[in-house]
Design a protein around this ligand. Structure first.
Ligand code: B12
Ligand code: SF4
Length: 553
C-alpha cells in the first residue's frame, strides 16, 4: 500500500515571512500509519518547494500511489482540490482524500465543487485515517465506508457524512514521524536555524466567536510533558532544530503540565540548544506571572498574545473574556521577564473606521510590545461570528481568506483604504522600532532576535510578499485607487452547503424560540408565586408570618 501526502502550494504574505515551516500534519499522520505497518509513505511539500502543477503531476505519476492525501486550510482549499484533481489524472486508480480544518467543516461545499475527491476525513486525522487506509487495503472502501466514523463522501449524487469519530483520547499514543520531512529548507529566519512545530496539547476551553479552533479539536487534551520533551530532544539531535513553536491554541492553560514541560526542558539542558515560542491568552500571563522567569529559563523567548482589540466592546463581541487593561499588563510582565511579545489586533469588521484603526496604533505604541500585527478579520464560514455577519459577507473566494486580505468591507471605507490604513500603522510602528528600539535594546540574544525579526520583515518588504502587497498592486497611499484584490466573484456557496447553513440557522432560531418560551414560562410562574404570597400575607396580616422566629428558650 503506497501513500502520497501533499501539502498544497499556497502562499500568502503573513506568517510565512518568518521562514519555511514544516507541515506538522504529515508527521502526525505518518507516525501512527508507520507504526501500523504502512511504511511506504511519500510526502510532497509543494508549498515549501514551490512545486508547480506539471512537476506535481509527474511526481505523482512516477510514484504510482494507492492513496493520495492532501491537507486544507480555508485559503489553501482550491490549491488542495487542484492537487487532488492532478492526482486523479496522474494515478486514476488511487483513492483521493482530503483533511484539515476547511474540509472538516465545509465538506458539502468541497464535495460539490470538487467531485473528483473520494473522501474527506473530518477532524483529527490520526485514528480516522488509519481506519480509512485499512479499509482501502482490505477492499472494504466501496462497500463498507459507511462504517468508518468521521468521514464524508459522495454516494451516487448524495453527500454522506458518517457519525463523528471520537477525539483522540490517548495523545501519548501518537508518535509523530518527523523523518518524513526533508529538513533542509525549514529555516526560521530571525535565528537562521531549523524550525519545528510539535504540540503539547490540543483544543481550547474558550469559544471566541471569530475562531474555528475550539470547534475543530473539540475537547482539551494534554500530552505527557516528558514525552513531548523526548520528541523535542529528538528534533534537536536528529534534525538540528534550533527553534520551535508549539502548535497549541493555548499551551499554558494547564499550569501544572506546562510547568512540568518547562522544568523537563531545563533538566535536560535543552534551553542552550533550542529556543521556542507560543501563542497564548493574556489572562494566563497574569495568572502565571510568577512563573515567567521559569518559562524564560526553559528557552521560551517569544509569545504571541491574542490581544485582538483595543476596545472593550470589540473584545466582548469576540467573546474573548478579557479586558483591554489586561493586555497592557500582560505585555509589561513579559517585557520584564525578557520574553518577546507580539500583540495581535483583529481589524476590518463592518464597523471599523479610520479612527478605530488609529486607536489600535495608539494602543500598540502605549502597550509597547516588540512586535505588532494587524490581522484582517476573516469570516471563517464555520464560526459563530460569520453566522452573525453572513448577510454582510460579499466575497466567497476562499483563496483570499488569509488574514491579510480585507474580506469584509467596512461601512465607512473601501477595502483599499482599510489596507492602506493598516500599512500606515505598520510603517509607523516598525519605523520607530527599527530606529529607536531594536538596535539599542539590550545585548546578546535579545538584540540578535529583534534584528533577526527586522531582517525577516525587510526581506518580505523587499520581495513585496508582505500582505501580498505585490500581488494586489499596493505601493503606498498614492497607489490606493489602483489596488486590486483579484477576488474571483464566480465563487459561490454550493446549494448543499447553503442548505446546511439554513438548517443550522433554523435550528438556532428554533432553539432561541424555545429558550424565550421557557423564560416566559418561568417569569409567569414567578409572578404567580409572588401573587400567591402577596395574597397569603394579606390574609395573615402583614408579613411577619413569613419569617421564622425561633421560640424563646
Ligand atoms: C503552524 C501554523 C502555520 C505555519 C504553517 C505550517 C505548515 N507548513 O503547515 C505558518 C506560520 C507558515 C502558517 C501560515 C498560515 N496560516 Co497557520 N497555523 C499554524 C498553526 C498554529 C498550527 C498548525 C499545525 O501544525 N497544527 C498541528 C497539526 C497536527 O494539526 P492540523 O494541521 O490541523 O492537522 C490535523 C488535522 O487537521 C488532520 N489533517 C490535516 N491535514 C490532513 C490531511 C489528511 C489527508 C488527513 C487524513 C487528515 C488531515 O489531521 C491532523 C492530525 O490530527 C494553526 C493553528 C493550530 N493551532 O492548529 C494555524 C492555522 C492553521 N493557520 C491559519 C492561517 C489562516 C494561516 C495563514 C493563511 C495566515 C497568513 N496569512 O499568514 C497562512 C497560510 C500559509 C499557507 N501557505 O498554508 C489558520 C487557518 C484557519 C482556517 N479556518 O483555515 C489557523 C487554524 C490559525 C487560526 N488562528 O485560525 N500557519
Ligand atoms: S482565539 Fe484562542 S482563546 Fe479564543 S477560542 Fe480560538 S484558540 Fe481559544
Amino acid at each position: 500500500m503506497r501513500l502520497v501526502l501533499i501539502h498544497p502550494n499556497y502562499h500568502s504574505g503573513g506568517a510565512e515571512i518568518a521562514g519555511n515551516w514544516p507541515p506538522a500534519w504529515a508527521a502526525y499522520l505518518a507516525g501512527p500509519l508507520k507504526a501500523a505497518g504502512y511504511t511506504d509513505i511519500h510526502f510532497i511539500d509543494a508549498m515549501t518547494h514551490d512545486i508547480g502543477e506539471e512537476e506535481l503531476f509527474a511526481r505523482i505519476k512516477a510514484l504510482k500511489p494507492d492513496i493520495v492525501g492532501a491537507t486544507s486550510i480555508t485559503p489553501s482549499i482550491y490549491k488542495a482540490e487542484r492537487a487532488l484533481e492532478l492526482a486523479k489524472q496522474a494515478a486514476p486508480k488511487a483513492i483521493s482524500v482530503l483533511g484539515g480544518v476547511h474540509a472538516t467543516f465545509m465538506f458539502k461545499q468541497v464535495l460539490s465543487e470538487a467531485p473528483h475527491i473520494d473522501a474527506i476525513v473530518r477532524g483529527e486525522g490520526e485514528e480516522v485515517f488509519l481506519d480509512f487506509v485499512r479499509a482501502v487495503e482490505d477492499g472494504r472502501w466501496q462497500t463498507q465506508r459507511k462504517k468508518i466514523k468521521g468521514i464524508a463522501y459522495t454516494d451516487e449524487s448524495e453527500i454522506v457524512a458518517t457519525p463523528a469519530a471520537p477525539t483522540v483520547k490517548d495523545l501519548d499514543g501518537i508518535v509523530p514521524d518527523w523523518s518524513i520531512l526533508d529538513w533542509e529548507k525549514y529555516i526560521y529566519i530571525p535565528l537562521n536555524t531549523r524550525l519545528a512545530i510539535p504540540s503539547l496539547a490540543r483544543g481550547c476551553p474558550f469559544t471566541c466567536s471569530f475562531c474555528s479552533q475550539w470547534k475543530f479539536w473539540r475537547d482539551y487534551r494534554v500530552r505527557d510533558p516528558q514525552k513531548v520533551v523526548d520528541e523535542i530532544e529528538d528534533l534537536v539531535e536528529t534534525h538540528g532544530v534550533g527553534f520551535f513553536i508549539l502548535a497549541d491554541e493555548e499551551p499554558t492553560i494547564n499550569k501544572k503540565k506546562f510547568t512540568e514541560f518547562c522544568e523537563e526542558l531545563i533538566r535536560r539542558g535543552l534551553p542552550d540548544r533550542v529556543k521556542w515560542g507560543i501563542n497564548t491568552r493574556v489572562t494566563d500571563i497574569q495568572r502565571d506571572k510568577n512563573m515567567l522567569p521559569l518559562w524564560r529559563k526553559a528557552g521560551l523567548v517569544h509569545i504571541s498574545l491574542g490581544t485582538e482589540a483595543a476596545a472593550q466592546l470589540k473584545l466582548d463581541r469576540f467573546n474573548k473574556e478579557t479586558k483591554v487593561e489586561e493586555n497592557k499588563e500582560a505585555i509589561r510582565l513579559l517585557r520584564e521577564a525578557d520574553i518577546f511579545t507580539e500583540a495581535q489586533f483583529i481589524v476590518g469588521l463592518e464597523n471599523e473606521t479610520e479612527e478605530t484603526l488609529e486607536e489600535t496604533y495608539r494602543y500598540a505604541r502605549d502597550w509597547n510590545p516588540d512586535l505588532a500585527n494587524w490581522t484582517m478579520y476573516t469570516p471563517w464560514p464555520f464560526t459563530p461570528l460569520f453566522q452573525e455577519l453572513r448577510d454582510k459577507v460579499e466575497v466567497f473566494d476562499f483563496e483570499r481568506y488569509n488574514f491579510v486580505t480585507p474580506i469584509m468591507k467596512p461601512d465607512a471605507m473601501d477595502r483599499a483604504t482599510l489596507l492602506d490604513r493598516v500599512m500606515h500603522n505598520y510603517r509607523r510602528f516598525y519605523m520607530i522600532k527599527a530606529l529607536f528600539h531594536y538596535p539599542w535594546r539590550g545585548r546578546g540574544f535579545r538584540r540578535k532576535y529583534l534584528l533577526g525579526c527586522l531582517r525577516a520583515f525587510a526581506k518580505a518588504g523587499f520581495a513585496r510578499t508582505f500582505y501580498d502587497l505585490g500581488k494586489v498592486g499596493y505601493w503606498g497611499p498614492q497607489s490606493k485607487d489602483k489596488v486590486d484584490f483579484h477576488f474571483d466573484n464566480s465563487r459561490e456557496i454550493a446549494d448543499a452547503q447553503m442548505a446546511d447553513w439554513e438548517a443550522m440557522a433554523d435550528r438556532k432560531a428554533k432553539a432561541a424560540e424555545r429558550k424565550a418560551s421557557v423564560r416566559a414560562q418561568v417569569k409567569a410562574e414567578k409572578a404567580r408565586i409572588a401573587a400567591l404570597q402577596a395574597e397569603t400575607r394579606a390574609c395573615g396580616g402583614g408579613d411577619q408570618q413569613l419569617e421564622y422566629k425561633a421560640p424563646a428558650e
